[in-house]
Design a protein around this ligand. Structure first.
Ligand code: SF4
Length: 201
């Protein structure tokens, strides 16, 4: 049997309505990917602004994330270089203390179909606790802080860098963990630059 084309797989994802009944604004999968992507960013789920625009990380969190990664918008939004695939592709709605968790149907349905097609990956970023549970699996610690503290182990053994969410609401976490900016961020920028470096360089 012929393998499904990548474009067809993306079209099936964009037409997905599996958890429609639970989505207050209806399905609108927001992601970008291409088989040539070198960097994979796995995050939580789109927020309201991202849902409205259909553009991933099109918000203050995105500005901070691009600053962390040392990437301009043109590179960040080039699916040939950067895949952005959250744990839930559609806006899950808002609860008492912020956005609801990513829909649990999404990652089990689509990640196993999508990730094996991303064969050029050199580095994966696991942003936030949901992505870390999904990607680190049995190696995932009880807390986000413990996962991020163990970044050297995950980078060396899995080519995964666990990161906190770049939301402005996480400013307190950044203040309490100064090693993140002092030690992890310089390494993150270097690893991202290496991952995106053309083969001929
Ligand atoms: S969140 Fe995922 S599973 Fe649910 S409708 Fe959107 S793409 Fe489909």
């Amino acid at each position: 049997m012929r393998e499904e084309s990548f474009d067809h797989l993306m079209a099936r994802i964009r037409a997905c309505r599996i958890c429609e009944a639970h989505l207050p604004l209806g399905p609108r999968p927001v992601l970008q990917a291409s088989p040539s992507a070198r960097l994979l960013i796995v995050s939580q789920a789109p927020g309201r602004k991202v849902h409205d625009t259909g553009i991933p990380f099109n918000d203050p969190s995105g500005n901070r994330l691009r600053d962390w990664l040392g990437l301009d918008k043109a590179t960040f939004y080039d699916p040939a270089q950067v895949a952005i695939v959250p744990m839930g592709f559609c806006f899950p709605g808002t609860g008492k203390s912020g956005d609801l968790p990513p829909r649990p149907e999404c990652a089990p349905q689509w990640h196993p179909q999508l990730f094996p097609r991303l064969t050029a990956l050199r580095l994966t970023l696991a942003i936030g606790q949901y992505a870390q549970v999904g990607l680190l699996k049995e190696a995932c610690a009880k807390t986000l802080t413990a996962n991020v503290e163990a970044w050297r182990i995950h980078l060396n053994t899995r080519r995964i860098l666990p990161l906190p969410h770049p939301s402005p609401r996480n400013r307190l976490w950044l203040t309490r963990h100064p090693w993140f900016e002092a030690e992890l961020l310089p390494e993150l920028r270097q690893q991202v630059a290496l991952a995106l470096k053309p083969d001929s360089d």
